[in-house]
Design a protein around this ligand. Structure first.
Ligand code: SF4
Length: 286
């Protein structure tokens, strides 16, 4: 079996200290999964704890306005995730958790990956692990000897279905694969010490491959993303800016050198996405 060695390695080297691994509460798991979608584990840990301290249940989160959730989310980036969480909190507070994976997928901001993750990590389903980038990569390499982009998704699912060691639950198997993928089978693999090295179908191929220097992260400073963050921050302040000129000034350095139209367009996009509402006092320029 391609996962031989995984269970013992996970027991010793798994990231058991991650705070969301101590719980099986669906809301707590959902918050962690949504935060982890586009933010690194090291940055998420403390932020997850403070979010959960404020809103430990969907009902608690549903009872506050979206602006409060967006304020707490600042610094994590991609605030649409916070809006999805807030909408899901309201749906679950009203109707409870859906009992099926399809029902979970219908929740705002919950896609195929997150629905499967909830089933396995929170609802105890004994099913195939969710396929994130790391799990797809380690499975394609270790079981099939290929890179994930060269493999059809059903083939990866087949290997995942056949690969769970008997001593691991579906939840523990998922966490073990997350950890082996994050700690060893990265874009540039660290095969030394990897629990799958004895049986890995890619080990010899990757050992002789030139080092992958990875892709450079897109520049943040001076980007539209940075300006969006600054405009959103200014719009969540109390009182909100009364004009585009004031908004531009309060958005600070990211808005310096931008035109009022740039700032107004960003504001329009945020309003369109339902992240902020403009006030009657806001003077629009465009
Ligand atoms: S041995 Fe190397 S390529 Fe194979 S699963 Fe481990 S880290 Fe990935």
């Amino acid at each position: 079996m391609w996962t031989r060695g995984l269970a013992r390695w996970y027991e010793v080297h798994g990231r058991h200290e991650l705070p969301w691994r101590a719980t099986g509460e669906p809301w707590a798991i959902l918050v962690s999964e949504v935060m982890l979608q586009q933010t690194q584990v090291a940055r998420v840990a403390g932020r997850w704890e403070s979010f959960m301290a404020l809103w430990p249940t969907p009902e608690a989160c549903a009872a506050v306005p979206l602006a409060a959730v967006l304020r707490e989310w600042q610094g994590l980036g991609y605030p649409r995730r916070a809006r999805g969480l807030h909408h899901t909190a309201r749906a679950v507070a009203a109707d409870g958790w859906p009992g099926t994976e399809a029902g979970l997928r219908a929740l705002p901001g919950v896609g195929a990956y997150t629905a499967r993750a909830l089933r396995v990590l929170a609802f105890g389903a004994s099913t195939i692990p969710p396929q994130d980038v790391n799990i797809a990569r380690i499975t394609a390499r270790a079981a099939l000897g290929k890179e994930p982009q060269d493999v059809r998704q059903p083939s990866i699912e087949e290997q995942l279905a056949a690969g769970r060691p008997r001593s691991l639950s579906a939840r523990a198997f998922t966490y073990a694969l997350f950890d082996a993928g994050a700690l060893h089978c990265r874009a540039r693999p660290l095969c030394h010490g990897c629990p799958l090295t004895a049986t890995c179908a890619s080990r010899s191929r990757l050992a002789s491959a030139p080092p992958d220097r990875g892709q450079r992260a897109p520049r943040y400073h001076g980007s539209t993303r940075e300006l969006r963050g600054a405009v959103l921050r200014a719009m969540l302040a109390d009182p909100v800016p009364a004009s585009i000129a004031e908004l531009q000034q309060r958005a600070g350095a990211p808005a310096a050198g931008r035109t009022a139209t740039d700032v107004a367009l960003i504001l329009d996009a945020l309003v369109h996405e339902g992240l902020v509402t403009t006030t009657a006092r806001m003077v629009r320029i465009n």
